[in-house]
Structures are given as C-alpha cells and as structure tokens.
Design a protein around this ligand. Structure first.
Ligand code: HEC
Length: 441
C-alpha cells in the first residue's frame, strides 16, 4: 500500500533522486556519534519554532498585557506551563548543542578548506541564535527581562560611532518601553526566524556540496565510507529523542519563575542574565575605567571577527589536534577562562544570603502566636514585654531560647509570657528567627 502510493507519487514528482541525495550522502570513515550535535541543534530549533507558535496564540506584545498573558499561559492555558517550559529549556539546550557542535568542529579541524564557507555561515547562525536569546528574554516583561535588556542596550550604546544608532534601532523610542517590546517581538518571531531559516538552508546546502569532513585520520577516512542512511540517521534520531526527553523532563519539573512585572522606576533591581551570558557578566564586573570599552565591545567584537575568519587565520593544513599546538592552546585557554568565570559567577550567585527556611517559618509563627501583642519588634507591636528588635544581642544562646520557649517561667521566674503549645520543629523555627534579631555589628 505505502509502496504503491510512493510509486504513484514518484511517477509524478520524481522523488527517487531526491531520496538518494538526501539519504545516500557518503560519510567518510562512517557514521559516528561525534556528528550528532548539528542535528541535535536543528531538532531543538524546530522544537523552539513549534512551541513558539503555540505561545504566540496567547502572548500579546504590549507593556500592559505581556506580563499578564505570560501568567495566563503559565497558569490558565491547558499545558501552557509545559509549552512555556519547553520553550524556555529548549532555548538553553540549543545554546549547549551549538556550543558542543562548534567545539567538535573546532577541535576536529573540520572548518579547514574546503569547508570555510560552512564555518562562516555557522558563525552567523550562532550570532542569530544569540539574537533570539536576547530578544526573547524581554518578552515576558518582568523585572529581570526589563533590567537585563536595559543592561544589554546600554552596552551597545558604548560602541563608538555606531553606538547611538544601535541604541535607537534596538530601543525604538527614547526609553525602553512599548516600542521596544513590539520591536523585539517582531525581531523574535519574524525577522530572526526568516533569516535563520535561510542561514540553516545555506549551511546544509554547503554541507551537501562539499560533503562532511569525516575523521582527521585520512587512512580511517579512506578505509570505509558509509551512507548517511541508515546508521547516521539512526544515531541522530536517538540523540534527538534523548534531547527531547531531557528538555521535556526539565519543563515538567522545574518551573522558570517570573519575577515581578517590569517596573521602569525601580532602579535598584539587579537583573541576572541567562547562564550563557553569565561568564561575560562576571568579566564585566572586573573591568572599570579605561578598560571598560575593551570589555564591553572591543573584546567581543574581536572575538567574533576572529571566529568568523578562523579558517583563514589558522593556515595549518593539519587537522589532527596533536599537530595543531597553537589552535589547541588558544582553544583550551578560552575554555578555561569561560568556565572559570562561569564558576565564579555561579558561586557568587548562590552565595547571595538566602534566608534560611527555618527562619521564614519562625517569622510566620510570630504572627500566628501573636507575639506582638506583648513584644515590640522594629517599631511594631505593644511594649508590655521586652522589645525584641535586638534580642539576640543580649541573648545569643540558642539553648536559653529553647528552654524559655518550652517554659518561660523555668528561666524567668514570675514571667507572664504564656507557655505555648509548640512542637519541636516550631520551637526550633522560632528560636532560629529570634536569633536573627540582632543589630548586625
Ligand atoms: C502575654 C505577653 C507575651 C506574649 C504573647 C509573648 N511574650 Fe515573650 N515575653 C513576655 C514577657 C513578660 C517577657 C519577659 C520575661 C521572660 O523573659 O519571660 C518575655 C520574654 C521574651 C523573650 C526574652 C526577651 C529578653 O530580652 O530576655 C523572648 C525572646 C520572647 N519573649 C519571645 C516571644 C515570642 C517569640 C513570642 C511569640 C511566640 C512571645 N514572646 C510571646 C511576654 C510575652
């Protein structure tokens, strides 16, 4: 049945030669798990496109509605939270997949002649992908979105000569606002997708014209060539399924929370960028004064220029990594710096004093047991009993508080503080909270 349909279609559309070109592409040295990163990236791109289309059904790119519509998608729309989760985690996954794809091509020397154009188109694709990340981040219109974008646009403004123009083009108006949001939305769903689809087609077209690079070991490459179908198709499919399962699991289990709605007047908000910009965010913290332009635009500008021109800068004809000490060295130093900065940045982020959950519960118990009917804490409450604002200064001893809460009279004979029916956990939580009440010096 299926084969008769195929024959029928083939006699009209002449499909066989196309199937042949698509599937019988020879891979020098045979199929390999090393070559799956490109297809993983492509798969994730399709996932982003599909989930993005569904999000667009509800999302409204206006400053009055953007935040609410994202909330609506998250809490009301059936599976809205899951689709949004897929789109969020898919965006992270795609950056990771591109990174791995580029590292594989870099260390394998697959960008060398005759594949220079494929590499250069690839770098453009990478830049477009960063553009997706940057424009997409603003769309939920929460505090993080607003202030992180503000930082990004300010950085663009530091570039000499074209900086002002870039800010105008990005922002659309005098301040970051309604015009910026419409513009970022249009870029995110129309301009960038059409550009990137063209780029992807070009990338694949070139791949088909020059063929895959295969292993650096020429002997191995000549030994056996294998067609794309079936083994490479199978490997790619396995990886795509694996990638989907990982992204779906993340989407199903870890919600990406919205911050408060964007408040342009709240200049105290410190935004946290996406993890793939974190290392760079860390670098910016170290440079001040005359070095600042160096970090804000000279370094990234040079980096992308050199990356783009890599096939012409690296004239070493060898592909084997052990014969390319300079490339290997530069690549390793780059990775060490990036991961070092990322590590420091993550450590700093998590070092931000997070309130101990026990303390939070203790604070709630203070409300529940109406402690302020007798005690004053930071100006609130009655002054019948001692002011507790800085009680830990005079009583830093945990044991004392535990005993006191269990039975006030046992440590303060004659106390009229009630003996409260507290569980061990509540005792502990109250004590943890009370011990935070100190002057901080
Ligand atoms: C009916 C009034 C009353 C209520 C309600 C009350 N306390 Fe007290 N509290 C007192 C009095 C009186 C003292 C002073 C005598 C003593 O140490 O027991 C005191 C002492 C304390 C002390 C020691 C202060 C110091 O300077 O030595 C702490 C800590 C304390 N209370 C915490 C609490 C907490 C927490 C709650 C709520 C769960 C609470 N109290 C509810 C009356 C009250």
């Amino acid at each position: 049945m299926a084969s008769r349909l195929y024959e029928w279609l083939d006699s009209r559309l002449r499909l066989k030669p196309i199937g042949k070109t698509l599937l019988d592409e020879p891979i020098p040295g045979g199929a390999s798990w090393n070559y799956v990163f490109g297809s993983a990236t492509l798969f994730l791109f399709v996932l982003q496109a599909v989930t993005g289309m569904f999000l667009t059904m509800y999302y409204v790119p206006s400053t009055d509605h953007a935040y609410d519509t994202v909330q609506y998608i998250q809490h009301e729309v059936m599976f809205g939270w899951f689709v949004r989760g897929l789109h969020h985690w898919g965006a992270s996954a795609i950056m990771l997949a591109i990174g791995l794809h580029m590292l594989q091509v870099f260390f394998d020397g697959a960008y060398k002649p005759p594949r220079e154009l494929m590499w250069m188109v690839g770098i453009v694709l990478f830049l477009l992908m960063l553009g997706f990340g940057f424009t997409g981040y603003l769309l939920p219109w929460d505090q993080n979105a607003y202030w992180a974008t503000q930082v990004g646009i300010n950085m663009a403004g530091r570039v000499p000569i074209v900086g002002d123009l870039m800010v105008k083009v990005l922002r659309g108006g005098e301040t970051l606002g309604a015009l910026t949001l419409s513009r970022f939305f249009a870029l995110h769903v129309l301009f960038l997708p059409s550009m990137i689809i063209f780029g992807i087609m070009l990338h694949l077209f070139i791949l088909r014209r020059v063929g895959p690079a295969g292993p650096w070991d020429e002997k191995k490459a000549k030994e056996g060539s294998e067609t794309f179908y079936p083994r490479q198709v199978y490997m790619d499919a396995v990886v795509m399924l694996g990638v989907f399962l990982i992204v779906a699991t993340l989407a199903a289990t870890i919600e990406f929370p919205l911050a408060d709605k964007a408040d342009p007047s709240d200049h105290s908000f410190v935004p946290v960028p996406e993890w793939y910009f974190l290392f760079y965010y860390q670098l910016l913290k170290y440079v001040h004064g005359p070095l600042e332009p160096f970090a804000t635009w000279i370094l990234p500008g040079l980096f992308f220029l050199m990356l783009f021109l890599l096939p012409f800068l690296d004239r070493n004809p060898q592909r084997r990594i052990s014969r390319r000490p300079v490339t290997l060295g530069v690549g390793m130093v780059f990775l060490v710096i990036v991961f070092g900065l990322l590590g420091i940045s993550l450590r700093d982020l998590y070092a931000v004093p997070k309130t101990d959950p026990s303390v939070i519960r203790g604070k709630e118990l203070v409300v529940k047991f109406a402690c302020k009917t007798c005690h004053r804490i930071h100006g609130e409450g009655a002054a019948i009993a001692p002011d507790l604002s800085f009680v830990a200064d005079r009583r830093p001893d945990r044991e004392w508080h535990l005993r006191h809460f269990r039975d006030p009279q046992s440590v303060s004979p004659g106390s009229f503080m009630p003996k409260l029916p507290l569980s061990d956990r509540q005792l502990n939580d109250l004590t943890s909270y009370v011990l935070t009440l100190k002057s901080g010096v």
